[in-house]
Design a protein around this ligand. Structure first.
Ligand code: VGL
Length: 188
């Protein structure tokens, strides 16, 4: 049974200096960079290392000049912009596949993402016999939360690497971890 690491939206715009920065974005990016380096060098802890990317072209009301930071947001992760790229210390050559989401609408869940060849995340995981996911990334209370809840609904066994998740807001991040645990994820 394969276990994959799923890195959610560790992109420049969600890290300090970005248009939708989360406070712990750089800390999380550094920890994830170390994790994938060590899992590549030693016995491979993960069968696959995967990443989602928010990838907006014209996502409608997801972008706002007067965002509420719940349903509407400043412009972020515009496709191919600097803000949409993975955060520096994460070595993208160690990532086996990317799943991009949100071109023309809001898409919080990585399960809305597709690979460059157009395969959705759930199908890709099944095709590669992945049954277990370790999930980390940004933001705990939005895209990590939505991805984990969908993964559980799709029948995957999920662990959330909490020290490698950064929230938009500390309180809603803590609430999201509780909600993910209540839904069946293991928080480690
Ligand atoms: C995200 C807010 C808006 C996320 C994406 O990646 O968690 N949050 N768009």
């Amino acid at each position: 049974m394969n276990t994959a690491l799923l890195i959610v939206d560790v992109q420049n715009d969600f890290c300090p200096g970005g248009s939708l920065a989360t406070a712990r974005g750089d800390e999380v990016a550094s920890k994830i960079a170390e994790l994938i380096k060590s899992s590549d060098n030693r016995t491979r802890e993960y069968s696959h290392v995967l990443a989602t990317q928010d990838w907006h072209i014209d996502p409608g009301e997801h972008f706002s000049d007067d965002p509420d930071f719940v349903d509407t947001w400043p412009v972020h992760c515009v496709a191919n912009s600097h803000g949409s790229q993975m955060r520096g210390p994460v070595d993208t050559s160690l990532i086996d596949e990317f799943f991009r989401k949100g071109e023309y609408s809001a898409a919080y869940s990585g399960f809305e993402g597709v690979s460059p060849s157009g395969v959705g995340l759930a199908d890709w995981l099944r095709d590669n016999e992945v049954r277990e996911l370790d999930v980390c990334g940004i933001a705990t209370d939005f895209c990590v939360r939505a991805t984990v809840l969908d993964a559980l609904k799709e029948g995957f066994k999920v662990r959330v690497l909490r020290s490698m998740c950064s929230p938009v807001d500390d309180k809603s991040g803590a609430d999201a971890l509780q909600e993910m645990q209540d839904a069946g994820a293991e928080i480690i």
